[in-house]
Design a protein around this ligand. Structure first.
Ligand code: ATP
Ligand code: MG
Length: 467
């Protein structure tokens, strides 16, 4: 939560960054301005004009404007102390060459000297060592501050430097504002652009599009919700397609399963009508076959009808709190004789004490009957069938197991699908393939679970029902 990169926070960060940039530019501006001014004028304070500040490798570049303003001048001496250039108006003795003594004198008698003196050696671009000697009437230096201010205001050097520096920094400022605004905008517009693209995809019915960008917390929230929405839409779309496909498959299965027995009935009836079957016993057998086929058609229609009723959201499903042990005993009794007749070994384990559970008696009976009928119909005599009821903390567990032919791994996932029948069952043309689908739908209505564990010779249906 703490590390959320909020848009507001990131904007604040940007503004701080921008302010720092502006601050740095202003400081750099004033430093550069002063530096350039000092370079052009030789010094920023006339009272401290030193020869070492104004020396330049090119004599022409030596700035003397301030010195001249104070009626001073600059003498350039060569190694032999001969004056080779004078900048400004030299008004003292017309010396052409100094002796060392004369030069030293200038410094020793500083107090008596009417001039401010400063001397500095420097090397020219050509590698020649020269001396720069400044002389300014001390009288004028005393008023230097006033003169300096005046000079700075009026001299065109000042304005030139100022304008140049202002232009340079204006350009720098504009460039930095441009970069900053592009950068800030891109942090918002890039994610927005992706979001718009995502919405366009979804609007055109393509739900596979997901968006992924680096951005602030608020934009990330939009991204997260968009992706969740796209997931849901994609899932719904897939389910819709699967439902349409399964409906289509169901229609094909129903019509096929109805057509086969009806065609057979038609054939037998025609044979009887044309008098092709004369023998009384054969006639009886044919009528029995017609009856069986007609029963199959009826049970298929009934199962389809029941299943669609159970799956309907308006189905009036009701439960009643009752003793499930009693119910299970009734179920066992109902099947006992059938298992005996077909020589199955049928065992049941049901707790002796009362166990109250909320369930729909008729529907649960049907659901479990389908499982027991399967054990009976799909296996050979001698098969052992077990029915078990167990109590858990919040649930009851029902196990229906047999050690018959088992259900192959491939078929295990399909058995709960409508119209699915194992190869053997399909050949024998016995069931409708809706038995387990109806069983599962009923357990679902009870908010329970049904699982199939099966190996080559064992089938175990595990049912969990909430109490
Ligand atoms: P009906 O709709 O009449 O029940 P059915 O029994 O063929 O027809 P389901 O009950 O849905 O349909 O069962 C689907 C298939 O699962 C069966 O055809 C069968 O191949 C297989 N099956 C189910 N239970 C068992 C079992 N106990 N042992 C072996 N195979 C089984
Ligand atoms: Mg069945």
């Amino acid at each position: 939560m703490k590390n959320r990169n909020k848009l507001s926070r990131s904007l604040v960060k940007n503004y701080i960054f921008f302010s720092i940039t502006v601050g740095v530019l202003v400081i750099a501006f004033s430093l550069l301005f002063n530096f350039r001014l000092i370079y052009m004028l030789g010094t920023d304070s006339l009272s401290e004009i030193q020869a070492s500040d104004i020396v330049r490798p090119n004599i022409v570049d030596i700035p003397t404007a301030n010195i001249e303003l104070l009626e001073g001048w600059v003498e350039i001496l060569d190694e032999d102390l001969q004056i080779i250039d004078v900048k400004g108006n030299k008004v003292d003795s017309p010396t052409v060459t100094y002796t060392e003594r004369q030069l030293n004198q200038l410094f020793y008698d500083q107090d008596d000297n009417p001039y401010h003196i400063s001397l500095a050696p420097f090397v020219t671009n050509e590698g020649q060592t020269l001396y720069c000697l400044i002389k300014i009437p001390k009288e004028n230096l005393r008023h230097s501050f006033a003169i300096t201010s005046k000079a700075k205001e009026t001299t065109h050097i000042f304005w030139g430097v100022l304008i140049e520096t202002v232009i340079t920094f204006s350009l720098l400022f504009i460039v930095s504002v441009y970069i900053y605004s592009r950068w800030t905008a891109s942090r918002i517009t890039n994610p927005l652009h992706q979001i718009v693209e995502g919405i366009k995809h979804v609007a055109s019915g393509h739900y596979s599009k997901r968006i992924d960008f680096k951005g602030s917390y608020e934009l990330k929230q939009i991204q997260e919700h968009f992706n969740v929405m796209a997931d849901k839409l994609e899932k719904t779309e897939r389910e819709k397609r699967e439902l349409a496909e399964s409906k289509q498959r169901m229609l094909v299965d129903i019509s096929h399963d109805l057509k086969t027995p009806i065609t057979t009935i038609q054939g037998y009836v025609e044979a009887l009508q044309r008098g092709l079957i004369q023998d009384e016993e054969k006639k009886q057998n044919t009528l029995n076959l017609i009856h069986n086929k007609a029963r199959l058609v009826t049970s298929l229609i009934e199962d389809v009808f029941d299943l669609s009723k159970l799956e309907s959201p308006d189905y009036p499903f009701t439960t009643e709190v009752q003793d499930i042990t009693e119910f299970m005993r009734e179920l066992s009794a109902h099947f006992y004789m059938s298992f005996e007749d077909k020589q199955f070994n049928f065992h049941y384990e049901i707790p002796a004490s009362e166990l109250l559970v909320s369930f729909n008696n008729k529907l649960l009976f049907r659901s479990l009957s389908n499982l027991l009928s399967n054990a009976l119909n799909h296996n050979q005599s001698g098969t052992e069938v077990q029915l078990k009821l167990m109590e858990g903390a919040d649930h009851v567990y029902i196990h229906i197991a047999d050690d018959g032919i088992g259900i192959s791994e491939d078929n295990r996932i399909k058995v709960f699908e409508a119209f699915y029948r194992g190869d053997q069952s399909r050949k024998s043309d016995g069931g409708t393939g809706l038995g387990l689908t109806i069983s599962k739908t009923i357990i679902d209505l009870h908010k329970g679970l049904i699982h199939l564990d099966s190996s080559q010779r064992n089938t175990l249906f595990r049912i969990t029902l909430p109490k």
